[in-house]
Ligand binder design. Sequence first.
Ligand code: DX5
Ligand code: ZN
Length: 222
Amino acid sequence: MGIQITPSMLSADFANLEAEAARIAGADWLHVDVMDNHFVPNLTIGAPVVEALSKVARQPIDAHLMITEPDRWAPGYVEAGAQSVTFHIEAAQAPVRLAREIRAKGARASMALRPATPIEPYEDLLPELDMVLLMTVEPGFGGQAFLDVCLPKIRRTRELLDKHGGDIWLQVDGGVSADTIDRCAEAGADVFVAGSAVFGAADPDAMVAQLRSRAEQHAPSR
Ligand code: DX5
Ligand code: ZN
């Protein structure tokens, strides 16, 4: 798989999610941020909204669960229609079982890491996963500044993924924009979440195209 752009619906108009999804026809996925006010200090939307959006959107849904107890709740997001479900490793009790359950229900299984969580302890989990999400801001809110301190971890994660082979995607999330996507792509990310950059643009779909083209230009040849 090549470069993919996954706009975050957190920065879209929650009163018009169907229309907002239609404004970004060029997006590969819709990134939906689920927050429970426990794992992060913010409360957003849950499975019923994912279910409603999945029925009207043309793009598949990439659910990012910033919640405690993902072991209990994540499988329900596959049932709600998400085709990719990301749980935070800091919150998962049994990540291998959880990833297998997500896959068995028919979705891609993905593991997210907060900025200060290292990837190395989880190397052996990689074969259980379809994607690794590296947060490039502290999770909880859109519109925060990109944390350059995360770049070395993106590079190290890319090396681990290449070493293991297969086709595990590497997603970055937080502060990704036309100003920061080049260095994320250079470091080896291939799936890019962007919320405020896309929905804050005069033409969100043109921004999706611009982000894709920048990432393609800056991706290392592999
Ligand atoms: C933050 C969320 C992100 C957020 C990104 O906790 O996981 O997906 O919406 O928003 P921007 O692109 O504005 O940083
Ligand atoms: Zn997110």
